[in-house]
Write a protein that binds this ligand. Structure first.
Ligand SMILES: Nc1nc2c(ncn2[C@@H]2O[C@H](COP(=O)(O)OP(=O)(O)OP(=O)(O)O)[C@@H](O)[C@H]2O)c(=O)[nH]1
Ligand SMILES: [Mg+2]
Length: 220
């Protein structure tokens, strides 16, 4: 997908207190240090939009990135890192569950799993949670550039047993970018109301809701 603008559009560290929902949102979830922020940057062709760090557990808030006034990427704080404080660990679940559980504009969740670790209990819990909400998920196996061909084949085969589509991904090499975008576009289309804006056959917009009235996400 060609992207003209991608901007930081707000952050949240409190359950229920999120930026206004203006566009379809795609969330990125996964263990701390798995490569969520790196994947977002790579998908957007931006080097430093989402902050990345080799120190796990650095991001403890939800960050929103607005893309071309049509889509929002949501960088969720990572889980499973033992060395973050007790209070940070306790805060994670209500924050993430509040977002994933209530956000009406959420169209799908990209679950990132380090290809060398494979899915663990947390990923299964997340998948169960999403299934109860009827939200689609895509498994993205990160850091595939770190494995040789034989180990990669073996790891991807193990991951495919989860029963979801799996995309091998490397934020370093760019592998998997097109495949992830294909799924995201599909999610956006599935959620689009019949007769999207500007297309033939679109129903007339009610007078009270002109196309230009959608509030713009404010970059801070
Ligand atoms: N080799 C390789 N390194 C990667 C890849 N993706 C991320 N990394 C590295 O892994 C580390 C963590 O990446 P982040 O993108 O910050 O991970 P995160 O999931 O956002 O981490 P938290 O915000 O702490 O939850 C960084 O040092 C990245 O450079 C990848 O595909 N290949
Ligand atoms: Mg991050």
């Amino acid at each position: 997908m060609k992207i003209s603008t991608a901007t930081f559009a707000g952050a949240s560290s409190q359950p229920g207190r999120f930026p206004p929902a203006t566009h379809p949102e795609v969330a990125f979830a996964g263990r701390s240090n798995v490569g969520k922020s790196s994947a977002i940057n790579r998908l957007l062709g931006r080097r430093k939009l989402a902050r990345t760090s080799s120190t796990p557990g650095r991001t403890q808030q939800i960050n929103f990135f607005a893309i071309d006034d049509r889509l929002v990427f949501v960088d969720l704080p990572g889980y499973g890192y033992a060395r973050v404080s007790q209070s940070a660990r306790a805060a994670w679940r209500p924050l993430v569950e509040s977002y994933l559980g209530d956000r009406a504009v959420l169209v799908g969740v990209v679950i990132l799993v380090d290809v060398r670790r494979g899915p663990e209990a947390e990923e299964q819990q997340l998948l169960d949670f999403l299934a109860t909400r009827g939200l689609p998920a895509l498994l993205v196996a990160t850091k595939v550039d770190k494995l040789n061909r034989r180990d990669r084949t073996r790891a991807l085969k193990a991951l495919s047993e989860v029963g979801l589509p799996v995309v091998p991904f490397s934020a370093v090499k760019g592998e998997g970018v097109d495949a992830v975008w294909r799924t995201i576009r599909q999610w956006m289309q599935e959620k689009e109301p019949a007769g999207p804006r500007g297309k033939p056959g679109a129903p007339p917009r009610p007078k009270s809701q002109p196309a230009s009235s959608a509030p713009k996400a404010r970059a801070r």
